[in-house]
Design a protein around this ligand. Structure first.
Ligand SMILES: Nc1ncnc2c1ncn2[C@@H]1O[C@H](COP(=O)(O)OP(=O)(O)OP(=O)(O)O)[C@@H](O)[C@H]1O
Length: 150
């Protein structure tokens, strides 16, 4: 099952992210894929806002993991450089803790990912238009998508 949403403006992307954020629970895992400039950072900033995070959220590219305190804490991961390093981030602790995790470039660590997760793809159609595809893995995320897209 997958859920697609056509988006026509940055504002709509932000609204979708905030609507998702208010439904998130501790331990939820989102993976986020999209080309450069697709809107991954824009989307993540608005998820953070919806989680009550007041600090500015930037791309974690040079740090792999950034953590933010909010109504729920947020782990923002960019695992691009992990694929060919031996670094052990302690996945279990990260993914099963009390935070929401957003993972960019997640396909590079597919075998370390929990089976249950919500995969989100952003496709850039033109300057302002995007196609969002939500793919839930597991009952929890199927329910979440049903609520979000009802
Ligand atoms: N509908 C939209 N959704 C998201 N961003 C949009 C939209 N329309 C225009 N934009 C613009 O597209 C750009 C998206 O940049 P952003 O940094 O969020 O992308 P990214 O996927 O994180 O890229 P990178 O991988 O280079 O960090 C921003 O300049 C934003 O203003």
């Amino acid at each position: 099952m997958k859920y697609e949403r056509m988006i026509n403006s940055e504002q709509e992307t932000k609204a979708l992210a905030e609507q998702l954020a208010v439904r998130l629970h501790a331990g939820d895992i989102l993976t986020l894929e999209g080309d450069l400039g697709a809107g991954k950072t824009t989307f993540t900033k608005s998820v953070a806002k919806g989680l009550g995070i007041t600090r500015n959220v930037n791309s974690p590219t040079f740090t792999i993991l950034k953590q933010y305190e909010g109504r729920l804490p947020l782990n923002h991961l960019d695992v691009y450089r992990l694929a060919d390093s031996d670094e052990d981030l302690g996945w279990d602790e990260l993914f099963y803790g009390d935070a929401v995790s957003i993972i960019e470039w997640a396909h590079l660590i597919e075998e370390d990912l929990p089976a249950e997760r919500l995969a989100i793809q952003i496709l850039r159609l033109d300057e302002n238009a995007r196609k969002f595809t939500f793919m839930p893995f597991g009952k929890r995320y199927e329910q979440l998508c049903e609520e979000l897209f009802e």
